[in-house]
Structure formats: C-alpha cells, structure tokens
Design a protein around this ligand. Structure first.
Ligand code: T5A
Length: 219
C-alpha cells in the first residue's frame, strides 16, 4: 500500500552580531523564497518567518523580560541562559517542528548559535553546558542551513548609531568583540555559510539566495 509521505520542510537560520543586517535580509530573502523564480515552495506550502527570542506568544513575553527587564534589573548570566533556552524550547515545539512536519519552510532570525556566541563566548559560560542545554531545548533539531552575516563590529556599531540600544547591545565593546569572535569560531565548527555583510544590500541578498538554492533540490 502506498504511503503518503509529506516532504519535510527546510529550516534556515540567519545569525550574526547585532545590526549585521538580519532583519533586512529576512525580508528580501522571504520575497525571493516566495517567488516562482526560487521554485522551492509548492502552492500548498508556506514560508514561516520567525525569530528568537520571541517566536511564540510565550517567547514574546520572554523577549521583553530579556531585553527590557522590569525595573532595569538585568537577569544573572545563568538565568539569562535559561530564559533563552525556554524561549527556544517553546519555539521548537510549538512553531518550528510542526511547520517542518507539514512541509513548510522556516526562516528564523537567530537560533541556538546565538546562545553559544552571546552566553558562551560573550559571557564566558561553560560551552559544554550550553551544548547540553541546546540539546534539551531543541530536542536535537538542527538547521538545514545557517547563513552567518559577517560584519565587522565597528560597522555594526556605525549602522546602529542613532538607535536606542537594548540591554544586550548596551553591554559594551569588549563583550560584543568576544561575541563577534565567537560567531567566527562557531561558523567554522558548525559549517555555517559565511556571507559578507559589508556588501551592498542587494549583493548580500544575492549571496544568501545562492546559498539557499542548494537546498531546493535536495530531497
Ligand atoms: N541573544 C539572542 C542572546 O544573547 N542569546 C540568544 O540565544 C539569542 C537568540 C536580540 C538580542 O538577544 C541576544 C542577541 C541580541 O542582542 P534583536 O532585537 O532581535 O535582539 O536584535 P538583533 O538580532 O541584534 O537585530 P537588529 O535589529 O539589531 O539588527 P539586524 O536585524 O541584524 O540588522 P538590520 O537589518 O536591522 O540592519 C541594521 C541597520 O543596517 C542597515 C539597515 O538599513 C539598518 O539601518 N543595513 C545596511 N546598511 C548598509 N549595507 C547593508 N548591506 C545593510 N544591511 C542592513
């Protein structure tokens, strides 16, 4: 008897330091992925665009606690780590896995690589512990493709110049420098695709789309 298999969807993540252009590229890449030219989404499949923290209603509340904590009282490093993990566990269970199982594509602004970069390399928390927690929060789910938007820290600070910083962005240059170095290390370890984020917006989009093309034909 023939079994009706649903072709599982694809899970794509954009990572990088604050202000590297993820939001800009998320919009441009979404437009391309949804276009007939990309040829990756059959008519009955959708593109789910999401983010961390904040990809679920619970995650939105956690995002507010993390980035704008009540009374400005910052969580300790361990509490911060666990809050990001809680956001991710909910995101994977309620949004990402069900979408992939239904054959949809998921495009996420940040995923577990951000915890390794910010809480691991940035805060100096134990990387082995972070990996264990990642396994719990994701239940083993890994992106099919991670695009690392590589931008020098000085340029990210320049681009964010006029904007009010959230709590993490306000941590200071040496913290952000460690995070930036962390992303470079993780990209090598985890096989992420490096995208030169210094290039003009349309060239960055073209590079992202070229990397995504490789996912379209893989069964
Ligand atoms: N965090 C998150 C952790 O510490 N641990 C975790 O596990 C996770 C998941 C989230 C914060 O939480 C931390 C990391 C973050 O600090 P957020 O609000 O989601 O914060 O913010 P960011 O992810 O940092 O996103 P931003 O909105 O700050 O930056 P984007 O989205 O990377 O950049 P974007 O697209 O807004 O661009 C910034 C500016 O640059 C311009 C844009 O027009 C904009 O003005 N720009 C370009 N200019 C020239 N050339 C280009 N190619 C450009 N691309 C964009």
């Amino acid at each position: 008897m023939a079994v009706d298999h649903v072709q599982p969807g694809r899970f794509v993540v954009l990572e990088g330091i604050d202000g590297c252009g993820k939001t800009t590229q998320l919009q441009a890449v979404s437009r391309w992925l949804e276009s007939p030219e990309a040829g990756c989404l059959p008519p009955d499949r959708q593109l789910i665009v999401t983010r961390e923290p904040g990809g679920t209603p619970l995650g939105l509340a956690l995002r507010e606690l993390l980035l704008h904590p009540p009374g400005g009282a910052a969580p300790g490093s361990t509490a911060e780590l666990l809050l990001y993990a809680a956001d991710r566990a909910q995101h994977v269970e309620r949004t990402i896995r069900p979408a992939l199982a239904a054959g949809h594509w998921v495009l996420s602004d940040r995923f577990s690589g951000s915890t390794a970069a910010y809480q691991g390399h940035g805060r100096g928390l134990d990387l082995a512990l972070i990996q264990q927690l990642e396994a719990v929060a994701t239940a083993g789910l890994q992106p099919d493709l991670t695009l690392w938007l590589d931008l020098p820290l000085a340029e990210s600070l320049r681009r964010r110049g006029g904007r009010a910083a959230d709590r993490i962005e306000a941590e200071g240059a040496s913290f952000l420098e460690r995070v930036a170095e962390g992303f470079a290390t993780l990209a090598g370890q985890r096989g992420w695709v490096r995208i030169d984020a210094m290039a003009p917006v349309d060239r960055v989009t073209a590079a992202c789309c070229a990397a995504l093309r490789g996912l379209v034909d893989v069964p």
